[in-house]
Design a protein around this ligand. Structure first.
Ligand code: COA
Length: 249
């Protein structure tokens, strides 16, 4: 059991739940490692048919900004986040996301790799990369425009403006937007439905759906990783992280 990540298994469905509510589930390296490891094992575990990724009252406030601030200029960035993104990009079985509260940064971009996204209508999604002096990651430079169209993708990634779960659903980023209290039940119902279908056919369906974009996505994610890692160390980005960590309530 990883700290701040709870794993449970029932009826062929593995649930990976972020459990760091006091920090709105901001993701530490250990949490990324736990997610990546959970997916790695689930990929070849025959009894696992579907994975749910969930939080609690919040999905996740994104990467822990203290970790971003502590990145060492002369060392390659520990790749925990990127390794998790690689795992979820290549994961062969259906992934369902249950999103309540905030879903910031990678909290939104990881949804682009999920097969069914259930959001609370009032959820607050945001990709504030430009505000943090960072750049898009998680393949969002390519995938977001495919999902929601160029106009919205440009705006959300360039302005860093937040949007609601309801808007996410209308735009095509989420499958369903429901009341906050219904999110978990809806995600479990969808996962159960998929878990009851022939797994070989589902895996092939997922592979075929992803195939036309696979090489382009790999290339984009590699390029994003270089740009993100450079920008992370820039004085403008480090100044933003320091200001967040020093802010007074
Ligand atoms: N990294 C580290 N700590 C974070 C965090 C993050 N990404 N997001 C939230 N937290 C911490 C806060 O510092 C605070 O901790 P404290 O109580 O010890 O001071 C706690 O979580 C609660 O957050 P708070 O800001 O008080 O909640 P809020 O409801 O006012 O705002 C957010 C929620 C998500 C809008 C705001 O916390 C935020 O903007 N966080 C940064 C998100 C971000 O930029 N993520 C990186 C994307 S690449």
């Amino acid at each position: 059991m990883t700290e701040h990540l709870h794993k449970s298994f029932e009826g062929g469905v593995l649930t990976l739940r972020l459990t760091r509510p006091e920090k709105k589930n901001a993701l530490t390296r250990a949490m990324y490692d736990g997610l990546a490891q959970g997916l790695h094992v689930a990929a070849t575990h025959d009894e696992t048919r579907v994975v749910i990724i969930a939080g609690g009252a919040d999905f996740t406030a994104g990467n822990d900004l203290a970790d971003f601030a502590a990145v060492e200029a002369d060392k390659p960035r520990p790749g925990a986040a990127f390794e998790f993104l690689e795992q979820i990009r290549a994961f062969p079985k259906p992934v369902v996301a249950a999103v309540r509260g905030v879903a910031v940064g990678i909290g939104t971009t990881m949804l682009l790799h999920c097969d069914a996204v259930v959001v609370a209508k009032q959820a607050r999604l945001q990709m504030p990369f430009s505000r943090l002096a960072l750049v898009p990651e998680g393949g969002s430079s390519l995938l977001l425009a495919q999902r929601v169209g160029t106009a919205l993708a440009n705006w959300w990634l360039m302005s860093g403006e937040a949007f609601s779960g309801e808007e996410a659903m209308r735009a095509g980023l989420a499958l369903r937007a429901v009341e906050d209290a219904q999110v978990e039940a809806e995600a479990v119902a969808i996962a159960g439905q998929l878990a009851g279908l022939p797994p070989g056919a589902l895996a092939e369906t997922k592979r075929l759906l992803r195939a036309p974009m696979r090489e382009a996505l790999e290339a984009v994610m590699a390029e994003e990783r270089v740009a993100f890692s450079q920008q992370l160390r820039s004085p403008e980005a480090q100044a933003v992280f320091a200001a967040f960590l020093a802010r007074k309530k």
